[in-house]
Design a protein around this ligand. Structure first.
Ligand SMILES: [Zn+2]
Length: 145
């Protein structure tokens, strides 16, 4: 089940958003954006590579990583690393949110940050630039007995 705040973007929207952040909208960048923004659900670089291989068979994994880094640095995508996996996950949901790892399917599910109360007392002491929260579990409809 997807819970994306951001809707799927058209190719023109992607070209515009890349230009807005000063990234040259090459065909492979547009394609990778379209996959992560529209079809992928928190894909890993390997999953992106599998998809790219079907559409742009000449792109190397290094090019894909470089493209993902460019897109992440530009703020078009977010990269997450979580303790359950050594892999990076790429996320098109640029609104602050948390994740639940479905331990049965291995899928990451977006959790609206507004649905979770975090005590902000520590903010008196620290400046926080980014916050990642991950929950582990499964959807209640899948719990047996
Ligand atoms: Zn997410």
């Amino acid at each position: 089940m997807k819970n994306k705040v951001q809707a799927c973007l058209t190719k023109d929207d992607i070209v515009d958003s890349l230009k807005n952040v000063g990234v040259n909208p090459t065909a492979q960048r547009i394609a990778i954006c379209q996959f992560v923004l529209c079809q992928g659900d928190h894909p890993t670089a390997d999953e992106i590579k599998t998809w790219v291989d079907q559409h742009f068979p000449k792109l190397s994994l290094a090019t894909i990583y470089n493209t993902l880094k460019t897109l992440t640095d530009a703020g078009v995508l977010r990269e997450y690393k979580f303790p359950h996996s050594g892999k990076s996950f790429y996320d098109n949901n640029l609104v602050d949110h948390y994740h639940l790892l479905d331990e049965e399917s291995g899928k990451l599910i977006d959790i609206d940050s507004k649905s979770i109360n975090v005590s902000k007392g520590f903010l008196k002491e620290f400046t926080v630039n980014k916050m990642d929260v991950i929950f582990y579990g499964k959807h209640k409809s899948q719990v047996d007995g």
